[in-house]
Design a protein around this ligand. Structure first.
Ligand SMILES: Nc1ncnc2c1ncn2[C@@H]1O[C@H](COP(=O)(O)OP(=O)(O)O)[C@@H](O)[C@H]1O
Ligand SMILES: [Mg+2]
Length: 309
């Protein structure tokens, strides 16, 4: 089977700066894939190379089997990219922008699909508005619409929800999820890890131009973080047998780190033997954010915001 996106040993230098240090990545058709990483990790650079907008210093990229350099036009045709930066022609209306974009792909009778996109992105009452008069959120919607005019089988979205209101975020994800169900491959970068966790099957974590993790979200969360047991005991003493599992404690609770649920039995048995009474016991689920922090060492980094921020 042809991969939707195939990245082979891609390096990118900007003068002395190495933005990508040999990235290998294969994304299957039909995947909903997230590319995560702190600011400056190289996500946009990689996307620009996939889109054929930036030339890799070495290595190669194929989209649906088409080399993005040697086979630029074909690669472009199977790919829709929503760029991170808001770029547009201020003198066109929304509809003109979409019709013009269709023309770029040689699509003359694209009206029905354009109407459908406009409907899903809730742009109907803005179709005749000039781009320059739109709010940032509305411009973002048009950028998404533009990326979709040629119904590309592979859709890449670079921070599509940065600075976007909750309503648009939800409408956008509904639409993108539907496209994914219809067989489109989706790749997205986002600062909102909860978003990636809710939407995507697999993630790559990029750090300083290298992939430091590549797995399903489930595996990343399970494998990297394990679970934390939060325990309140009477008497307020942790049995010696459990000391090796203790990751921390506060005034009330002991926190024990376990790798898998089956270790709960060991904990229970040790408590029984020590005749400790359990006042409270909770297994805390780690999330992608925790896995991310562990893998990239970006604890407390300000650029990762909770989705509600
Ligand atoms: N056109 C450019 N010229 C010089 N340096 C660049 C250019 N584009 C990106 N960079 C640098 O490459 C690194 C990766 O940037 P970028 O791909 O935008 O990261 P991300 O999208 O993950 O935030 C950063 O250090 C950035 O400053
Ligand atoms: Mg970026």
């Amino acid at each position: 089977m042809t991969a939707a996106i195939e990245v082979r040993q891609v390096h990118k230098r900007f003068g002395a700066l190495q933005a990508l240090g040999g990235v290998d990545l294969e994304i299957d058709t039909g995947e909903f894939f997230a590319l995560l990483g702190p600011n400056g990790a190289g996500k946009t650079t990689l996307i620009n190379i996939i889109a054929g907008l930036t030339l890799a210093s070495s290595g190669c990229v194929r989209v649906m089997g088409h080399d993005v350099v040697a086979d630029y036009r074909e690669a472009r045709r199977v790919l829709g990219v929503v760029p991170q930066e808001l770029v547009f022609d201020p003198f066109f209306t929304v509809r003109e922008t979409l019709v013009f974009q269709s023309g770029y792909y040689g699509l003359k009778k694209n009206g029905d699909w354009i109407d459908e996109i406009i409907h899903h992105l809730d742009l109907a009452d803005k179709v005749d508005t000039n781009m320059r008069s739109l709010s940032g959120g509305m411009k973002r919607r048009v950028l998404v619409a533009q990326a979709l005019v040629h119904k590309p089988p592979v859709i890449v979205l670079d921070e599509p929800t940065a600075g976007v209101d909750v309503e648009l975020r939800q409408a956008l994800w509904r639409f993108i999820k539907q496209l994914n169900r219809n067989g489109h491959t989706i790749v997205l970068t986002t600062h909102y890890l909860e978003e990636a966790e809710a939407l995507c099957n697999r993630v790559a974590m990029l750090k300083k131009g290298n992939i430091v993790a590549l797995d399903s979200i489930r595996n990343l969360i399970n494998g990297i973080s394990g679970y934390l047991i939060r325990l309140r005991l009477s008497p307020d003493t942790l049995p010696a047998a459990l000391q090796p599992l203790m990751s921390s404690r506060d005034d009330v609770y002991f926190f024990l780190a376990i790798k898998e649920y089956s270790q709960l039995e060991i904990v229970m048995a040790a408590l029984r033997v020590a005749q400790a009474q359990i006042l409270e016991l909770q297994v805390l689920q780690p999330d992608l954010e925790e896995a991310f922090v562990k893998i990239t060492g970006n604890a407390g980094s300000p650029e990762f915001l909770p989705v509600s921020a």
